[in-house]
Design a protein around this ligand. Sequence first.
Ligand code: 0GY
Length: 315
Amino acid sequence: MNAAVKPVTGPFEKTKGWLDWFDQPSKPRFSLPPGSVDAHCHVFGPGAEFPFAPERKYTPCDASKAQLFGLRDHLGFARNVVVQATCHGADNSAMVDALRGSGGKARGVATVRREVSDAELKRLHQAGVRGVRFNFVKRLVDFTPKDELIEIAGRIVEHDWHVVVYFEAADLPELIDFFTALPTTVVVDHMGRPDVTKPVDGPEFARFLKFMDDYENVWCKATCPERLSVSGPPALNGEQHAYRDVVPFARKVVEEFPDRVLWGTDWPHPNLKGHMPDDGLLVDFIPEIATAPDLQEQLLVDNPMRLYWPDEKRG
Ligand code: 0GY
């Protein structure tokens, strides 16, 4: 990656202990299939241009669209899906600016409130937004009433958008009725955040798999080994492969639901304190979880293209 993409310090003091993203990622050994989509990543600010939300629970380092696109090219991706991060609240300007600056190579997932106008939804669609994100992770957001979320979900149907949901594994039982009432495709972030110290065939992950099995409109992202792993990357534990403990969980969803899984880097990896992943090594994690070329093609190209660029040819 170009040295010019080094993190810059904005006018905001970032949350203490939060690491800056890894600015010299290795070149992956795994060659991504042509047309691969990084289907979960963010932009932060730059804070001087796109101020962070007053209600945010953390203040990140800056991570601009140019830096994101530099990483895309370095790793070998063709496209990005930029997911609105909670530090920008419901002000989607930085994300929309990234979509507009991508030359059609990025789509977005927005955060909206019930006050959002029809004209704004249309404007977001024209910019490349194809979904909204409902976040239930208490350390990241304040509570939003479910009737407000249902109302928003009802309004995005006409744009053929989907809902991305982020929650902790322990909260699935109380959220499941809400998720199944949503009138759209529902995409679960990071496999519903399993506790990877528990067995992959134990009751907690079985509950998540059953949820996906029972509802064909539910997809998930086989993402964030760096966030879910307890064993950590190879540099810390000396094992040959990174994030070994996450592999069985991610492999399971990829193999059981090959046409409903997505993959993304999660760059610039908000809220990581223990270590910051080398995004090149994250790409090398992919063949561990999608072990055959046809699974890789579905995970990285076919599925994200169907959801985000349904009218376009790949590439
Ligand atoms: C992620 C995960 C996190 C943060 C956010 O929007 C966000 O702030 O999603 C997290 O802290 O687990 O997917 O980026």
